[in-house]
Design a protein around this ligand. Structure first.
Ligand SMILES: C[S@@+](CC[C@H](N)C(=O)[O-])C[C@H]1O[C@@H](n2cnc3c(N)ncnc32)[C@H](O)[C@@H]1O
Length: 341
């Protein structure tokens, strides 16, 4: 359980509350001697330790929430809560009350959400970040990433399944900071033209045996030096014969070969069995530079060849002209001599 996230269940043995619920105890008796009058529990919003995420508190219940970038709509049936907050007027002189809508993050349906509840220190994304999300599925978690980074950020969501991709595309129509990419994350060169700059963070949740390599090759293409990564590992899809802990440590070794250095690892128990989320920092080995240099060299070689060919053609033309000039001079001279005779 996260250090700063207090659940109404301190032992965390059972499922924590999924959202804001009225406790039955708060209802009291309806009438009669000694009956208590029902008072609606107070709802408050506070900042989470991680920027762009909030904690909604209703009575004793606490939930992780994000500010809804598309107010009035849920993405996967999650609850929405509107809170009246004091917001500054555009001229900054005063404040006025305004209803702000938050979406409750269902941590049983999101590995990133579960990792945050379980105390991950750094997710390398915040308002304004550029994020590459591998394995976006129907958009459950990526929708919260879209809320978290806000309208100044951008999230590119790669998903191989056309069916899930359809939902993702529909969601992106209402979220301008989300770019859906329906393609195979094993082929980053396919979508290179859609991601014009290096990103601050890669999040990967593809649940594939070669998932470490997939995040590695995407980092080579798109992650900035010292950028962050967040990697969800499903142990049994890599090797079901090994203990999950062994798989996690093997995967961390593979990440390292790509310059992805793990800084922390959190278990997703009790929300997901046999899963861990690993996050860390990327140390770029100038791979893209190599690619670019190669491309550039190829271009230059082509240009050099063209130039060479061009020069040859020019020389040939000059030679032909000289020969023609000589010939015409000769024939002119001959004509003059003939005339004299
Ligand atoms: C565990 S689900 C992701 C759930 C999602 N991250 C969420 O929390 O809402 C894994 C997803 O990765 C997708 N996937 C698997 N292999 C992929 C690949 N090579 N390229 C892109 N997506 C892939 C699957 O189609 C599936 O939708």
């Amino acid at each position: 359980m996260g250090k700063d996230f207090k659940s109404s269940n301190p032992n965390n043995k059972q499922r924590p509350n999924r959202g804001v619920q009225k406790s039955r105890n708060n209802r009291g008796n309806r009438g009669g001697i000694g009956s208590k009058k029902y008072t609606k529990p107070k709802t408050t919003i506070t900042n989470h330790r991680l920027e762009g995420i909030f904690i909604l508190k209703t009575g004793k219940e606490e939930s992780l929430v994000t500010l809804n970038l598309n107010p009035g709509e849920s993405v996967y049936g999650e609850k929405r809560v509107s809170i009246e907050e004091q917001v500054s007027l555009p001229d900054g002189t005063n404040t006025q009350p305004k209803k702000i809508e938050y979406r409750i993050w269902n941590i049983f349906r999101s590995k990133l959400g579960a990792a945050i509840i379980n105390g991950i220190e750094n997710i390398y994304m915040k308002p304004g970040s550029k994020v590459l999300y591998l394995g976006a599925a129907n958009g459950t978690t990526i929708s919260h990433v879209s809320d978290l980074i806000g309208e100044d950020g951008i999230v590119y969501g790669v998903e191989i399944s056309k069916r899930s991709g359809r939902d993702l595309i529909n969601m992106a129509k209402k979220r301008p900071n989300l770019v859906p990419i329906i393609d195979d994350a094993r082929k980053p060169y396919n979508y290179r033209f859609l991601i014009p700059t290096l990103v601050d963070c890669i999040f990967a949740d593809v649940a594939q045996p070669d998932q470490a390599r997939i995040i590695g090759i995407n980092a080579e293409h798109f992650l900035k030096d010292k950028g962050g990564f967040v990697f969800s590992i499903k142990a049994n899809c890599v090797d079901s014969t090994l203990e999950p802990e062994v798989v996690f440590s093997n995967q961390i070794k593979v990440l390292k070969t790509f310059g992805l250095y793990a800084k922390e690892q959190v278990t997703l128990e009790p929300y997901e069995r046999g899963h861990a989320v690993v996050s860390g920092i990327y140390k770029r080995k100038n791979v893209i530079k190599k690619y670019d240099e190669k491309d550039e060299n190829e271009d230059n070689n082509e240009n050099d060849e063209n130039d060479e060919n061009g020069d040859k053609e020019d020389k040939k033309d000059k030679k032909v002209e000289k020969v023609k000039e000589k010939k015409s001079k000769k024939s002119k001279k001959k004509n003059e001599e003939d005339d004299d005779e």
